[in-house]
Design a protein around this ligand. Sequence first.
Ligand code: GLC
Ligand code: MG
Length: 425
Amino acid sequence: MDRLTCSPRLMIVSDLDHTMVDHHDPENLSILRFNALWEAKYRHDSLLVFSTGRSPVLYKQLRKEKPMLTPDITIMSVGTEITYGNDMVPDEGWVEFLNQKWDRNIVSEETSKFSELTLQSETEQRQHKASFHVKKEKAQEVMKTLSERLANRGLDVKIIYSGRMDLDVLPQGAGKGQALAYLHKKLKDAGKLPKNTLACGDSGNDAELFTIPDVHGVMVKNAQEELLQWHAENAKNNPKIIHATETCAAGILEAIGHFKLGPNISSRDVTDISDSKLDHFDPAYEVVKFYLFFERWRRGEVENTEAYLNNLKSVCSPSGVFVLPSGVEKSLHDCIDKLKDCCGDKKGKQYRVWVDQVFPSQIDSNTWIVKFKKWEQTGEEQQGCLTTVIVSSKDVKATEGLTWVHVHQTWIEGTAQNTRNDWFF
Ligand code: GLC
Ligand code: MG
């Protein structure tokens, strides 16, 4: 959060499974649309928060499977664990707060008396979260009796039912909504309360996100019955909460537009990206656009390839250099020529490219250094490079776009590096 010197323009707090992430779309289109919009238009002055029921273990697993951006803040285990930044530094204050009126042993003891409850996997049992599966027909009755018994033993707990099968027992002060309220207070104390907050969700544990004051909310089209029922009973006439007509991340884009929170057209929705010219220099937009072109190029979706290559050459400095992740140095123009070899080579292969954490910084009146992570996914295999690009606005008009002067890439730790020889840009 320290990178922001003033109030974020927009804070998006989104659930992951079936909200940001669509498990029914192997092409991951809606999240990729969101990613392109976020990196081009919001990353530099806004906050991205993921709020998931998953434990850190399952959260990290999901990141390896799906094209997910890196959030500024991660709220995991149904609002019981808050971490900051790429290193996921835990919020110790939150941990201390949740210790009040909580005793995990008593929760284990009392829940074990219910034959209707089956324990979820070990990874999902956390310091402030005990999780079970329960049949839908039994859920209401179990929740009522369990909360009475725990109250009798002096505990103040919250029991949440999600996805028509998951039952979580948490301290009363925990939950996705309370974690968001805590973050709001923290940001406010630092003079950085977001100008707008948009909460996004699909299931029971997301309901309390929509109860936090001044928050806009979107229940994605595919929202679960328990969330829609909560809405019907508690928030029907609240104009700040909508039920989107679009599923998953497409519903988030829809809500940004509906509440007029800022731009909501993703570069992915523009068919001919060479047509979308800006009247000002925008390095982040330029990077997003280039890698979108690159994906379409390799998927064989670009027509008029000669014209494109010539255009690309014209925006690369003739003396420009590309330091490949292998350490080999090449001229940028040679690398553009080499693109002929990979035109359409990923056709029909569920190949996607996205950029994450695009941070431009201006170093003089016409030069920017842009740092970001560039990712490729073919089927289930992901590979990424930390990338630095130097772009210049010297002797060009804004409508022509910036000139690429230097590109430098390094493999991101953990990506299978030497196994492939088809990394082009
Ligand atoms: C995620 C968690 C699970 C939890 C559920 C609902 O699926 O992995 O433990 O019960 O979210 O909150
Ligand atoms: Mg969900």
